[in-house]
Every structure is written in C-alpha cells, then in structure tokens.
Design a protein around this ligand. Structure first.
Ligand code: 5GP
Ligand code: MG
Ligand code: MG
Length: 176
C-alpha cells in the first residue's frame, strides 16, 4: 500500500476546500464543470464532486494513448468525447495520475481549442517525470515515486480499479 483510504479521503477534502475557494459561486453564469478522464479518474472524481461545497456538473472523456500497458506514447485517440460544448465554461480536468504528462498535455490543447472560460487540472497522483514536461497542474494530491500503481480507479489489465487504496504492483505481475 502506498496511499491509504484515509489519506485519500483527507487529501480530497483538502483539495476540495482549495477548489471551492477558487471558484466562488457568486458572479458565475454557470456551474463549474468537472471533466473526468475515463476510467481511471472515476473514483477520485466521484469523491471530489461530493466533497465540494459548490455545485458542479460532470462530464467524461475517454481517450486511449497508444503505447505499452505500463507506459504511454503521447499519441491520443478520443474514444468518447464530451457530451456538451464547453465554450465559456469553467472547466476542471480531473485525472487519476500524471506520469509522462503526454496524455494531459494533449488533452489540455484539445480542450483549450474549444474556448472554455478557464481550464485547470486536478490530479490525485503525480510521478517525477511529470515535473519535466511543461503542463500546468493547479491541484495535486500526492507526488509519488516512479512505480506502477493500481487501485482507486487505476488498473492493470482492467483489474484492481475497485481497491479503496493505492498500491504498487509487484513487477512480477507485468513482466512475466
Ligand atoms: P501519461 O500520459 O502522463 O504518461 O500517462 C497517463 C495515463 O497513463 C494515466 O492517466 C493512466 O491511465 C496511465 N498511467 C500512468 N502511470 C500509471 C500507473 O502507475 N498505474 C496505472 N494503473 N496507470 C498509469
Ligand atoms: Mg488518467
Ligand atoms: Mg490503464
């Protein structure tokens, strides 16, 4: 185990407080829109949405980044796009983890071209390599070591998403 259920809960509350302070409800024409990236961000997004004292709307994108099972290439394909137009909206991308940052940097460019009023990122986890690429991430839960993690939405071959905590996966599982 790397991050416990309790640690996730405490961090979510802390991040929600910051987010709520940055998006006061007065003077805004529409609710903050949380954009979750399927499927990994589902658990985190559900918890952030419920921890936020401000009203939010939810939408989802599914993307596939070509690459091996445990690293991404930066070539991204949209499998499911947003349901609604985000022009003029305050948009907060909710991510499970940023590793190389390639997926996120592609996503930021893609969503920015749709002219939202604002566009920020909230991620539960960030790995060391992510710091090297220039992707602005306003809200970060935990900086973790460069290990492959699973749980709380994160999978290996679609397994372990249902774990309530974040754990590292024994390399034996994916090298043999
Ligand atoms: P990036 O493009 O930043 O390298 O990777 C983004 C995506 O790769 C994440 O949203 C996630 O789906 C996957 N990913 C990166 N690191 C991990 C990891 O340690 N565990 C799991 N399960 N997925 C990861
Ligand atoms: Mg993700
Ligand atoms: Mg995955």
């Amino acid at each position: 185990m790397l991050v416990s259920e309790q640690q996730i809960q405490d961090k979510t509350a802390e991040l929600a407080k910051k987010i709520a302070a940055d998006y006061p409800t007065d003077g805004r024409s529409s609710d903050l829109l949380l954009v979750g990236v399927l499927k990994g961000a589902v658990m985190f997004m559900a918890d952030v949405a419920r921890a936020l004292p401000v009203p939010v709307q939810l939408d989802f994108m599914a993307v596939s980044s070509y690459g091996s099972a445990t690293s991404s290439s930066g070539v991204v394909r949209i499998l499911k796009d947003l349901d609604r137009d985000i022009a003029g909206r305050d948009v907060l991308i909710v991510e499970d983890i940023i590793d190389s940052g390639l997926t996120l940097s592609w996503l930021l460019k893609n969503l920015a071209s749709r002219r939202p009023a604002s566009l920020e990122v909230c991620t539960l986890l960030r790995k060391p390599d992510a710091v090297k690429v220039d992707v602005p991430v306003k809200y970060v839960g935990f900086d973790i070591p460069n290990e492959f993690v699973v749980g709380y939405g994160l999978d290996y071959a679609e397994r372990y998403r249902d774990l309530p905590y974040i754990g590292t996966l024994d390399p034996k599982v994916y090298t043999t």
